[in-house]
Design a protein around this ligand. Structure first.
Ligand SMILES: NC(=O)c1ccc[n+]([C@@H]2O[C@H](COP(=O)([O-])OP(=O)(O)OC[C@H]3O[C@@H](n4cnc5c(N)ncnc54)[C@H](O)[C@@H]3O)[C@@H](O)[C@H]2O)c1
Ligand SMILES: O=c1ccn([C@@H]2O[C@H](COP(=O)(O)OP(=O)(O)O[C@H]3O[C@H](CO)[C@@H](O)[C@H](O)[C@H]3O)[C@@H](O)[C@H]2O)c(=O)[nH]1
Length: 480
């Protein structure tokens, strides 16, 4: 029986391995992690991450050919294929701080693999890493290998959170990069045969190592660039009276452009886009390509601009002050159908409003109070280290309360900010919300999920990203 071990039981390691176990009943899959609480959660009824469909997959395979364990060394030493899906955060100190990927966790995993291995292995990069990382990993493995042969493959993951199981069942492509040697090709074919259990052959792409590593960074940069492009246009729409939804639709019907990923928003979030673009920028700078670095940096700058613009719009519309005013925040996760808050735009928007002394009442159907308080107090990029290495009890922000109901959050509030596109926000009883709010009552829709005209008919002053402005908002212009 082929044995797979995956180091890192996170958002990527957990779901990808669960799906491999489901689709390949003849393969034994063990997911290992140094975080004891995470492994305990994977072995319980309350999985550590919320992802539609994941529960069912895990329940079907766990104990059959899918296992979760903290015995990292044992399972690595027994495996034929070792996936590495550990954190690759942005460096916060030293060379490349604020941009470069911190490969501390990757390097320690590689050294451990070299130490405990007693048989030849295929080592698969699942984490998103800088191009040429495989070369460094190869050096670590071969210098410590005691004659054992390792083949390194790059197999980046393209799943998106909230749709991870769907994406894994039916991927646009699986990408496998390897050495262009007979041994490298043999390793590629071995990994290919795992995916071939359910992915059509023409969707399994094979490339050299560096192309696979770079394709992952490039794909995320292209995706994020589309959002920054439409968000840049959204600012112009507000200034001119155009409607960003109509513009995006018109632009997206060009088959060369395509309709997806053109939703204007308060800004993109998530653990990947910003981190991976910063990493790309750093690699360009290191390779003497400052113009290319500058080009990609703009994607992040527009994203930061979009979040700032939103905060400024809220404050400017409310007589230029939100001091001691209750503002309801609906949605804190970085997108719907996930409880993940890593780099969520809600963090920057909330911090901006708190900077203007607002009192925030936050509701998200999947995010706990503890998580929100941590997010509002952690330093930039600190979130991307294994949870057990993060500060245990950071101070709480007193102007923030977290409630478990949208009606409670909005009661007696001056304004509502919608920051995540949860479906339930479309169907709230807005008349009831209006009746219980201070007047004038404002709604700032950062995701364009509510029907502005219906809300205006109730009496709200409404701001929707990239939509024609209400007279009130025109009269109170925001400085970007
Ligand atoms: N989250 C996504 O949607 C996504 C998608 C594609 C790629 N990626 C990439 O995949 C990688 C992992 O991301 P994630 O979201 O799963 O992160 P995560 O923080 O959810 O999980 C990483 C896990 O690795 C564990 N870990 C770290 N060092 C370890 C070690 N030496 N031994 C054993 N376990 C160790 C941590 O405890 C943690 O549980 C990152 O490089 C990320 O950029 C993420
Ligand atoms: O038209 C859009 C599409 C997305 N977003 C926002 O962009 C962010 C990222 O969304 P999405 O890409 O759907 O989720 P992620 O889970 O971050 O997935 C991205 O990052 C992963 C990690 O690398 C990749 O594997 C995926 O392919 C890539 O889509 C979220 O805040 C979304 O709300 C928009 O604002 N407008």
């Amino acid at each position: 029986m082929v044995k797979i071990c995956c180091i890192g039981a996170g958002y990527v390691g957990g779901p990808t391995m669960a799906v491999i176990a489901l689709k390949c009943p003849t393969i034994e899959v063990v997911v290992v992690d140094i975080a004891v609480s995470r492994i305990n959660a994977w072995n319980s009824d309350q999985l550590p991450i919320y992802e539609p469909g994941l529960d069912g997959v895990v329940k079907e395979c766990r104990g059959r050919n899918l296992f979760f364990s903290t015995d990292v060394e044992k399972h690595v030493s027994e495996a034929d294929i070792v996936f590495v899906s550990v954190n690759t955060p942005t460096k916060t100190r030293g060379l490349g701080a604020g941009k470069a990927a911190d490969l501390t966790y990757w390097e320690s995993a590689a050294r451990m693999i070299a130490d405990v291995s007693k048989s030849d292995k295929i080592v698969v990069e699942k984490s998103t890493v800088p191009v040429k990382t495989a070369e460094a990993i190869e050096k670590i493995l071969t210098h410590n290998s005691k004659g054992i042969k390792f083949q390194i493959l790059s197999n980046p993951e393209f799943l998106a959170e909230g749709t991870a199981i769907k994406d894994l069942f039916n991927p646009d492509r699986v990408l496998i990069g390897g050495r262009e040697t007979p041994e490298g090709q043999k390793a590629i074919n071995k990994l290919k045969s795992v995916y071939a259990h359910w992915v059509p052959e023409n969707r399994i792409l094979t490339t050299n190592l560096w192309s696979a590593e770079l394709s992952k960074l490039a794909a995320n940069a292209f995706l994020a660039q589309r959002i920054s492009s439409v968000n840049a246009i959204s600012a112009l729409c507000e200034a001119t009276g155009a409607d960003v939804a109509q513009v995006a639709y018109s632009v997206g019907t060009d088959s060369r452009i395509g309709p997806k990923f053109l939703n204007a928003s308060v800004g993109f979030g998530g653990s990947c886009f910003q981190k991976d673009i910063l990493n790309l920028v750093y690699i360009c700078e290191c390779n003497g390509l400052p113009e290319v670095a500058e080009y990609w940096k703009q994607v992040i700058k527009i994203n930061d601009y979009q979040k700032n613009r939103f905060v400024n719009r809220v404050v400017a519309s409310m007589f230029n002050t939100v001091s001691n005013k209750k503002i309801a925040i609906l949605g804190f996760a970085f997108k719907k159908d996930t409880g993940d808050t890593r780099e969520t735009p809600a963090i920057d928007v909330c911090k901006g409003l708190l900077g203007d002394k607002a009192l925030l009442s936050i509701y998200d159907p999947q995010v706990s109070e503890d998580q929100i308080q941590r997010d509002l107090t952690l330093s930039k990029f600190e979130w991307d280290h294994p949870t057990h290495l993060q500060p245990m009890s950071p101070t709480t922000v007193k102007q923030v309360s977290v409630v478990w109901d949208a009606y409670e959050a909005t009661k007696e509030a001056h304004a509502v900010c919608i920051l995540t596109e949860w479906d339930e926000f479309k169907n709230l009883d807005y008349q009831r919300i209006y009746n219980n709010m201070q007047k004038p009552a404002f709604i700032f829709d950062g995701r364009n999920v509510v029907d502005g005209d219906k809300l205006r008919a109730i009496g709200f002053i409404v701001f929707s990203i990239g939509k024609p402005l209400d007279q009130w908002l025109k009269d109170m212009p925001a400085v970007a």
